[in-house]
Design a protein around this ligand. Sequence first.
Ligand code: CUA
Length: 311
Amino acid sequence: MMPPQASSLAGRVDGLFYTMLGLSVAVVIGVFVTMIVFAVRFRRGRRVDRSGESHRELGIELTWTLVPFAMFLGIFVWSALLWVDMRTPPADATTIYVVGKQWMWEFQHPDGQREIGILHVAQGQPVRLVMTSQDVIHDVSIPAFRVKQDVLPGRYTELWFTPTRPGTYDLYCAEFCGTDHSRMGGAVVVGTPAAHARWLAAHAGGSLVDRGRELFTRYGCAGCHADHSSVHAPRLDGLYGSTVPLADGRQVRADERYLHDAITLPAREVAAGYAPLMPSYKGRIGESDILALVAYLKVSGTARETQHESR
Ligand code: CUA
């Protein structure tokens, strides 16, 4: 009845699910058995004592209040801990960028492999998906991994998993997104590490960072942001991960979300000390190109620039 358990979190999610199911069934049985027994015992015409309670049993009241309270609070703590783990990708996870659009999924690997609809990953290697949509709200759902996450236009959402079993698993769009929503499916192909390395080698293209560097020039970003530029624009070297003071006094962390919005909504978070000169590229650069630019900006200007981005 259940899909296979094919990720490191699947067993834990199922454990929580079955525990909650078991607890709920126990409560339902308890309530219904009591109800039926009382309905039969106190039915009309039956000679029984109907005088009501004569004294209070504090012990019983405390027991039936505190025991379920402790059980359900335990479920809360358990699920909260699991939720935190599901939201916290391991440090060594490979970042794969995902763009959803009516009606397909596009995946971009750090070393430049791009695929539509099918996602290739390696057994045992944690994967972090950074996802956005080019049009409406979509939702990535991989039942065998017990993961699911909305994919929103104008925002990056994340999902991570570690596949544990080689095989091919269904991937669905789980948010109604138009005519062909039901066909906006795909698959995740989990290979052994060796098979996955062969796949990566066979499909190598220019890395995402290389493509981002090329786009950085093609869209004219370098015209203002390069060292020798005459325009007073923020330097982008080493920007990623730093804290940026804004013109309105706030401070923001230069993460993927910030870099994305700086390209599409530049007037919203103007860096302190700079005029709001940057034009908006919203609608002029596709989301997958923005992802490549972000990947480039994440490594540009640091010693790691020549390496392939792996996080
Ligand atoms: Cu995309 Cu439903």
